[in-house]
Design a protein around this ligand. Structure first.
Ligand code: TPP
Length: 326
């Protein structure tokens, strides 16, 4: 096998490992939540793992991302520590935000994870700010900005895409088109089909990508990132994907046509990649099983860490509300 083919196979195996870790994290969060161990709300990204992993493996630790209310996969793919993420979900002081944010606002600025966000469409103006800071620092960094197709109708997203275009900022807008905004199908929320035309409006390259195929996402994001690093400005990618669970845990999911979920599961991003790596002899079945075992063990550790951690001191509720320096 050529060196390039070797590197490609190694990358796919690593991406499989990361997707399996996200899947195990999310599956465990699902069961912990149903056992009433987690306060607040959780929105799971089961089914959407290939977008997070394909995109984040196309950037470096020094680059930025902004995320959404469905952000656990983005955070893990950006390299955040499952211990501190799980502790945040448990509301413990060892969590990324001291146990005060819960699932929807996990952030680790040092790692370039500028935050999950409970406000739909709030990440995109932040991404423009990150793009501007990259420009001002004269660096060749880039910011990936994830959002759902529901956010496409938010004014903030239009403004952010317009400004990123006007200023030629290094931002890659990544729309996770999972077909639903809460319980409403996308076609009932948006007058135009697909969102590629938005690229013309803001004069930026736009492309629809198979969001169930990690390699396709990786290639498309890599091209957009190269362009952004090369002063080529922002891009828009629409990744077609599907969420296996409801909008939030507890959603009855009775608005989806019979059979739709099963159809998407036939294209499951984790299973299809695992099967193709086994078929091409890059991996054995036992390698894939080991990845699942490792991920399960890693998540066991994260849950133990979270359970063993202390709750925050109530007095800390006022910390981080106002800045101390102006
Ligand atoms: C500004 C704002 N409006 C409404 C909501 C309520 N809300 C939370 S998630 C959601 C749907 C988001 O759909 P989409 O952007 O497609 O993301 P998905 O949930 O499919 O990942 C809505 C309307 C909100 N959080 N923020």
């Amino acid at each position: 096998m050529s060196e390039a083919a070797d590197r490609h196979a190694d990358r796919l195996a690593e991406q499989l490992r990361e997707m399996i870790l996200i899947r195990e994290f999310e599956s465990r969060v699902q069961s912990l939540f149903s056992d009433n161990e987690l306060p607040g709300f959780v929105h799971l990204c089961l089914g959407q793992e290939a977008v997070a992993v394909g995109a984040c493996s196309a950037i470096t630790d020094d680059d930025y991302i902004t995320s959404t209310h469905r952000g656990h996969g983005h955070a893990i793919a950006k390299g955040l520590d499952p211990d501190r993420m799980m502790a945040e979900l448990f509301g413990k002081e060892t969590g990324y935000c001291g146990g005060k944010s819960g699932s929807m606002h996990i952030a680790d600025v040092d790692r370039g994870m500028l935050g999950a966000n409970g406000i739909v469409g709030a990440g995109q103006p932040l991404a423009v700010g990150a793009g501007l800071s990259i420009r001002n620092a004269d660096s060749d960094g880039v910011c990936l900005s994830f959002f759902g197709e529901g956010a496409m109708a938010q004014g903030t997203v239009h403004e952010a895409m317009n400004l990123a275009g006007v200023m030629d900022l290094p931002v890659v807008f990544i729309c996770e088109d999972n077909g639903y905004g809460e319980m409403t199908p996308a076609e009932e929320q948006h007058h135009v089909e697909g969102f590629e035309a938005r690229g013309d409006v803001y004069d930026m390259p736009a492309e629809r990508v198979d969001g169930m195929a990690v390699d396709d996402v990786y290639e498309a994001v890599s091209d957009a990132v190269d362009r952004a690093r090369d002063d080529g400005g922002p891009s828009l990618l629409i990744c077609e994907t599907y969420r296996y669970r409801g909008h939030y845990e507890g959603d009855q999911m009775d608005y989806r046509p019979d059979g739709e979920l099963d159809e998407w599961k036939e294209r499951d991003p984790v299973d299809t990649l695992a099967a193709s790596l086994v078929e091409s002899d890059e991996l054995d079945e036992s390698d894939v099983e080991a990845m699942y075992d490792d991920a399960e063990e890693r998540i066991d550790e994260a849950v133990e860490f979270a359970r063993d951690s202390d709750s925050p001191d109530p007095a800390s509720a006022f910390e981080g509300v106002y800045t101390e320096e102006i």
